[in-house]
Unconditional design. Structure first.
Length: 491
C-alpha cells in the first residue's frame, strides 16, 4: 500500500478535523500578531517624533494608530482565547502529559496580555488628559509587554521543537522539570529573534502600505509623507537583519532538527553535494518533479561547503518523518518565505540608496506600488514561516517524544467538523466587523481632515476616547425626541 495512504488510514478519525480547525484559527490569529507585537513600538516612535519636533501631524498619526492598536488588541483577544481553549479541547494528550513542562510559556503570555490590556487603556485614555511627557512615558512599557507575550508563546513553541528540561519515569511521564531549561531550549533564541524582527518588518510595511496607496492617489501632503516614511524606514532597516536571522534559524534547524530540514529542502537521501531545489514537488519514491535545480547549493547553504553532509528523509522510518505531501508543503512555504524576504531586501535597498543619495523618497510609482504590496507580502511570509515550522515537524507534536495522533482528542470527528464550521462563521463575522470598524475610522478621520483643510470648524479625530468625558452635543445636532443629554455631554 502507498506509504502516505497507509499513514492516513492508521490515523485517528479526529486528526483531520482537529488539525484543520487548529490550522484555520492559528492562520487567522497570526494575521493580527504583527500589529499586536510591533505597532506599539512604531506608534511610540511617531509619538516621540511629535514631541521632540513639536509636530502636530506626528502626534495626530500616533493618536490614530493608538486607536487602531486598541481595536486590533480587542479582536486579538477573541482569536487568542479561541486558540487557548483549543489546546485543551483538541490536544488533551499534549496538555495532560506535558503541560507541567512547557505550560510556563502560556503563563508568561497571560501575564503579558493582562499588562498590555491595562497599558493600552491608559495610553489611549491619556491623549489630551495627561501632560505630554507623562503620557509618553506611560506608553513606553507597551513594546516590552508585547515582547514579553511573544517570549511566552515562542518559549512554548520552541520547546515543542527541541524539548528538554525533564526526565521520563518508567511510564514515560515527565518528572524533575527544570523550568529554565524548558524555556531556553536550543531553538528558543533563533526562533524568538526571527519572529520578533519578522513582526517589526511586517507591521512596518503594513502601516506604510496604507499611506503608499494614498500617495499613489495623489495625496502628497506632510501627513501621508510622514505616515509612510516612519514605519517604512523602521521596516527597511529591519529587513536585512531579518534576512540574516532567517539564514541563522535555517542553519539551527539543520543542526537541531535535521529531518525537518530535509523536509523543508526536500532532501530524500543523506548525501554531500546536495542540490537546492527552488519549489518542485517530492514524490513518495523520492523523485522530484518541477522546480529549479541548483547543483550543490543546499550543502553550501547548510555548511558553507559542497562537502557538507545533509541528512535525508530516509534516515528515519517512514512513520517518523513527514510524508512526501507534507514535505512538499513545508518546502513550498519555506521557499516562498525566502523569495518574499529577498524581494523585500531589494525594496529596502532601493529606498535606502535613494535616501542616502538624495535625502528624499523615491519618485518612481513602481516603488510605491511595491511598497503598497509589501505589507500583504510580509503577512504571507509570516504565514509561510509558521507552515514550514509546524508541517515540517510532523508527525511529532513534541519532537521525538509524542506524535500528533497520541495527543488528539477522542471527541467524535463529526462534532469537530461542526465546531470547525461554527468557528468559520464566527471568524467571518469577527474579521468583517474589524474591517468595518477600520473603514469607519478611516472615513471619520478623512472627513475631519477635509474640514480642517477647508477651514471649517470640526471636532478633532479621537477627541472622545472610551470611558472619557464626552464633548457637549451641538444644539443643531440634538435629537428631536427620545433620550436626554446632560450638561457635560453624557447621556
Amino acid at each position: 500500500m502507498h506509504t502516505t495512504v497507509q499513514l492516513l488510514a492508521d490515523a485517528p478519525a479526529q486528526m483531520l478535523p482537529a488539525r484543520s480547525l487548529m490550522a484555520f484559527t492559528l492562520a487567522s490569529h497570526i494575521i493580527l500578531v504583527p500589529m499586536g507585537v510591533a505597532l506599539p513600538l512604531i506608534t511610540l516612535v511617531m509619538h516621540h517624533r511629535g514631541l521632540r519636533r513639536n509636530d502636530a501631524t506626528a502626534l495626530l498619526l500616533a493618536r490614530r494608530w493608538s486607536a487602531v492598536m486598541a481595536v486590533q488588541f480587542a479582536i486579538g483577544v477573541v482569536t487568542g482565547t479561541v486558540l487557548s481553549f483549543e489546546f485543551g479541547l483538541l490536544w488533551p494528550g499534549l496538555m495532560g502529559r506535558w503541560g507541567d513542562v512547557f505550560g510556563i510559556g502560556f503563563g508568561v503570555e497571560a501575564w503579558a496580555f493582562f499588562l498590555e490590556a491595562v497599558l493600552i487603556a491608559i495610553y489611549l485614555y491619556g491623549w489630551r488628559r495627561l501632560k505630554p511627557r507623562t503620557h509618553f512615558l506611560l506608553g513606553l512599557p507597551l513594546p516590552a509587554t508585547a515582547l514579553l507575550g511573544a517570549f511566552g508563546i515562542l518559549a512554548a513553541n520552541s520547546w515543542m521543537n527541541t524539548p528538554q528540561g525533564f526526565t521520563l519515569d518508567a511510564e514515560g511521564n515527565p518528572t524533575d522539570v527544570d523550568i529554565w531549561k524548558a524555556i531556553f531550549t536550543p531553538m528558543f533564541g533563533p526562533q524568538y529573534w526571527h519572529f520578533v524582527v519578522a513582526m517589526l518588518v511586517t507591521a512596518g510595511y503594513v502601516v506604510a502600505g496604507v499611506y503608499a496607496v494614498g500617495w499613489l492617489r495623489g495625496r502628497r501632503d506632510h501627513y501621508h509623507r510622514l505616515g509612510f516614511t516612519v514605519p517604512f524606514t523602521i521596516a527597511a532597516v529591519a529587513t536585512p537583519v531579518q534576512f540574516m536571522l532567517g539564514d541563522a534559524i535555517a542553519r539551527s534547524v539543520f543542526h537541531k532538527q535535521p529531518v525537518k530540514f530535509a523536509a523543508m529542502e526536500i532532501v530524500w537521501k543523506t548525501d554531500t553535494h546536495v542540490p537546492e531545489y527552488l519549489f518542485g514537488r517530492l514524490h513518495p519514491d523520492g523523485s522530484i518533479s518541477g522546480g529549479i535545480k541548483i547543483p550543490q547549493l543546499d550543502s553550501i547553504l547548510a555548511g558553507f561547503s559542497t562537502d557538507t553532509k545533509v541528512v535525508g528523509l530516509t534516515s528515519v522510518p517512514a512513520s517518523d518523518r513527514p510524508t512526501a505531501t507534507q514535505a512538499t508543503i513545508a518546502h513550498w512555504a519555506f521557499d516562498l518565505m525566502v523569495v518574499i524576504g529577498s524581494v523585500l531586501v531589494l525594496l529596502a535597498l532601493w529606498y535606502g540608496l535613494v535616501w542616502l543619495r538624495h535625502r528624499r523618497l523615491p519618485e518612481s510609482k513602481w516603488f510605491f506600488r511595491s511598497a503598497a504590496c509589501a505589507g500583504v507580502a510580509s503577512v504571507v511570509a509570516v504565514e509561510c514561516g509558521w507552515i514550514a515550522t509546524e508541517v515540517g515537524r510532523q508527525p511529532w507534536i513534541v519532537y521525538q517524544n509524542m506524535r500528533v495522533a497520541e495527543a488528539v482528542t477522542s471527541t467524535r470527528s463529526t462534532a469537530l467538523w461542526i465546531m470547525f464550521g461554527l468557528v468559520i462563521v464566527v471568524y467571518v463575522f469577527v474579521f468583517g466587523s474589524f474591517l468595518a470598524i477600520l473603514l469607519k475610522m478611516r472615513t471619520r478621520w478623512r472627513l475631519a481632515d477635509e474640514q480642517q483643510t477647508a477651514g471649517r470648524p470640526g471636532e478633532a479625530p479621537e477627541a472622545d476616547t472610551p470611558y472619557g468625558p464626552r464633548s457637549a452635543v451641538p444644539a443643531g445636532d440634538a435629537p428631536a425626541s427620545g433620550g436626554s443629554t446632560s450638561g457635560d455631554g453624557r447621556s
